[in-house]
Design a protein around this ligand. Sequence first.
Ligand SMILES: Cc1cc2nc3c(=O)[nH]c(=O)nc-3n(C[C@H](O)[C@H](O)[C@H](O)COP(=O)(O)O)c2cc1C
Length: 384
Amino acid sequence: MPAILNVEDARRLARRRLPRGLFEYLDRGTENEVSLAANRAGLDAIHLAPFSLVDVSQRRQDTTLFGTAQPCPLVIAPTAVAGLMGYDGEVEMARAAKAHGIPFCVSTQSMTAIERIAEGSGARLWFQLYVWKNRARTFALLDRAMGAGAETLVLTVDTAVSPKREYNQRNRFGIPLKPSVRAGIDVLAHPRWFMGVFARSLLAGGMPTYAHYPQDFRTPLGRLAVGEEVSLATDVSWHDVEALRRHWRGRLILKGILRASDAVKAIEHGVDGIVVSNHGARNLDCAPHPAHVLPGIVAAAGRRLTILADSGVRRGSDVAKYLALGADGVLVGRAPLYGLAAGGQAGAVRMLEILRAELDTTMALLGLTRIDQLPETLEPAARM
Ligand SMILES: Cc1cc2nc3c(=O)[nH]c(=O)nc-3n(C[C@H](O)[C@H](O)[C@H](O)COP(=O)(O)O)c2cc1C
């Protein structure tokens, strides 16, 4: 993929390849998309000051997250519907993660079941949970994830209700996929995706839909009738965290924390890690940018739990910035998805390669040889 030199190149290619409804679902934010712009502006406003005259001929970006060594500080974030961005998209993404020795986080709303992702990739898997109204069914799903070898449970805490994304309504985009004239024209205008992803998926496994939803919610056509029991619970509270902590034997992470007080509560509830995240600016349009609140959260939580961050990473220097602000690791959502849409597994692998190479260049130019030195480069004005 010689034409793809950065994440934005892959984004442009993804825009051409995917039907508009799918691309906008991948790419856009919510409501007025204020937080989408703020995420970019927030990261751009951070400056890192280099150390001069340092021998940087030996540089490393390996780290240890939750007791496991990995070659770089990245994790592939959970993304619903990744399986439609490329053929067998979730397996391909997991393989890309495996190729880079990093974990892949499977979404509750994945189009591929975790068992098949595990079998098809051999990757280290985390499992992201949206709590369903029926808690017994939710726990049954967790048992499946555990059985498939998921080592870490990621409870998403920033999605109490569905956000207001008007473009999805206008594009008639949603799962289960519903036929409409507009969606039909959109799909036919992208024959490569239609044949290479949609028709191929249809032939291989029937109508693509959320794979983790129980069988009894499927119609004979394979369509999902998301019933009351498996719609997202709006009453998820710290009691659920307690219950999950008792039930889940592996590591437990809360994703979507934006307040120091919640990070402290997470520690009190025996949680192993948090992701400081505004969901890639897809949910609450007035949410703060993670980089803005991260230093306060790091100060309050100290080294008592692992702190990850995400939202807005498009360059290796963005990864460097989150690490400089005190994150132990960084999740990437859209970047590998753009790669997947542009070039399948190889495209996702390429995105991770590019981010790692850019992080390496950033470190060298900052006069650093290890990623744990990054906080020292934060300009004094940005330190809290
Ligand atoms: C298409 C798409 C689907 C997503 N689906 C989920 C999901 O199912 N569960 C979840 O916790 N986060 C989900 N997210 C949020 C990501 O996990 C992550 O927080 C976000 O993408 C990070 O921002 P970035 O895309 O700018 O890297 C989704 C993001 C995208 C782009």
